[in-house]
Design a protein around this ligand. Structure first.
Ligand code: TYD
Ligand code: MG
Length: 461
């Protein structure tokens, strides 16, 4: 194969084809295939997109032998602390040597700041190279000095061409590379414009290959699109070892780092930070920071105990239910899944006898937190009911629990943990699934009301 060839790559999922087609066979999206030219594999060295994926061992003398898995020697991945406890937590206990980690988030959320803080703290153990394609070196240095970060051992490079970045890296041999951001990278191998899906994808692939060949750890910074995915092909998520999202509300100073995928640790682990003029500060004990802080209970609000990752977190779910001027009333969910809201409102109607068909329903999880677990169901419906009736829930009440389609309240994992956390923060009543309730009906000072059906829960509230 010495002839240049053309590939057609789907901008949604990154699948590639040798012929153009209207619909991507992998993800089903329409009109997402775009053409780009691959250089001959031999000249390109590491090979093109398809070559690297479809390389075959067949017929090779050095083809790997089949081995009994128990005879394979292995070692625990060696990890290095990032110097930031909350960051280590989300990574699964520190950064693994040679790991490639994608850090995604909206522009301005604090990704560059977080990674600059991490790379300077790790400089003693992992000499780092900070590659910036978005800012000048003097801007980076200026920010570092404003944040009071020690700069010994950190090198920086303002460059977007992957070939030159890797050239510098092979000379300097950093143990850690931060590429900020992946959307600015481009490779000479492709004719496509920088920033295009194929460029982002192939540039990231080159860095991943370099990381795996040399054992260098790499952080790729990626901006997130309005739809919530990392701009560029979703295949980036498959190429890397871990995908972390950095989230938060623009008005709030709290930021949450969440593991969305992690080959070396648990997903849904949360790291919590507070922004300050000295950079990001850790919030090692975040359990109550996301409560709205209003002292008297308000209609349309319910506190829940979520447990994403390894620690419980108290968050406030708010709902606003209001007569709709539209024939097709709005259902808007911020911080939780929209479809789930629609489904839960149907359950509320069918099994709770509460009609919201002519009402707009808005729900929000306070503090920019995103709750993905089903334990949000019950508190959400209680907040909706409270807003509809314009009556606050009883003071110091928490709730959690999954609501099933037939109106049953299902238990959620780690119920006892959640209840203890709520009791520690002085809550007096908890409305929880029967399967999660302790025998005596109390935890410390807190009364625990066990419910099996949605109608019981609504009565209890
Ligand atoms: P930045 O790290 O540049 O965001 P991103 O790389 O995700 O686009 O941060 C945006 C701005 O916020 C920047 O001007 C620095 C400022 N900032 C602080 O002042 N303190 C902080 O703790 C953080 C995280 C950011
Ligand atoms: Mg940035």
């Amino acid at each position: 194969a010495t002839k240049a060839r053309t590939a057609y790559v789907c901008s949604e999922c990154g699948a590639d084809y040798s012929k153009w087609q209207g619909q991507c066979g992998e993800c089903g999206a329409w009109n997402t295939l775009s053409e780009f030219v691959l250089e001959p594999a031999a000249k390109a060295g590491a090979g093109g997109v398809a070559a690297s994926r479809r390389s075959s061992w067949a017929g090779r003398a050095d083809a790997p032998a089949v081995t009994a898995l128990k005879d394979v020697s292995h070692s625990e991945e060696s990890r290095v602390s990032t110097g930031i406890g909350e960051f280590d937590r989300v990574l699964g206990g520190g950064l693994v040597h040679g790991a490639v980690v994608l850090v995604g988030g909206d522009p301005g959320i604090g990704k560059s700041t977080l990674l600059l803080q991490a790379i300077t703290r790790m400089a003693q153990t992992l000499p780092g190279l900070y590659v910036t394609g978005e800012e000048s070196l003097s801007q980076v240095a200026g920010r570092a000095s404003r944040l009071g970060l020690p700069l010994d051992g950190v090198h920086a490079l303002a460059e977007t061409g992957v070939e030159r970045i890797l050239e510098h890296a092979s000379k300097m041999k950093p143990a850690l590379i931060v590429a900020d951001s992946v959307q600015t990278l481009w490779t000479e191998q492709l004719a496509a414009a920088p920033g295009s899906v194929s460029q982002v994808r192939e540039s990231a692939a080159r860095l991943v290959r370099y990381a795996k060949e040399t054992g260098t750890a790499v952080f790729l910074v990626g901006h997130v699109t309005k739809e919530g995915g990392i701009a560029g092909p979703r295949v980036l998520e498959h190429m890397v070892d871990a995908v972390l999202y950095f989230e938060g509300e623009s008005g709030s100073r709290f930021r949450v780092l969440r593991a969305f995928k992690n080959r070396f640790g648990a997903v849904n682990e949360l790291g919590v930070f507070a922004m300050s003029d000295k950079g990001l500060r850790e919030v090692p004990n975040p359990s109550a920071i996301f409560l709205s802080g209003s002292h008297s209970p308000q209609p349309g609000s319910c506190v829940m105990v979520t447990r994403e990752g390894t620690r419980p977190l108290l968050v406030e779910v708010q709902a606003l239910v209001d007569a709709s001027p539209l024939s097709n009333p709005r259902r808007v969910a911020v911080g939780m899944e929209q479809n789930r809201l629609a489904m839960l409102l149907a359950v509320l109607h069918r099994h709770g006898g509460i009609v919201v068909g002519d009402q707009d329903v808005f729900v929000n999880v306070v503090g920019g937190i995103r709750v993905q677990e089903t334990a949000v169901d019950l508190p959400l419906l209680l907040a909706v009911l409270s807003s509809l009736r314009d009556q606050p829930l009883a003071e110091q009440t928490v709730a959690f629990g999954e609501v099933g389609l037939s109106g049953e309240i299902r238990p959620v994992p780690n119920g006892e943990d959640r209840l203890k956390e709520a009791a520690t923060h002085g809550f007096k009543r908890a409305i929880v699934p029967k399967g999660n309730a302790p025998r005596g009906g109390r935890i410390g000072e807190m009364e625990v009301i066990a419910v099996e059906r949605l109608s019981e829960a609504l009565d209890a509230a």
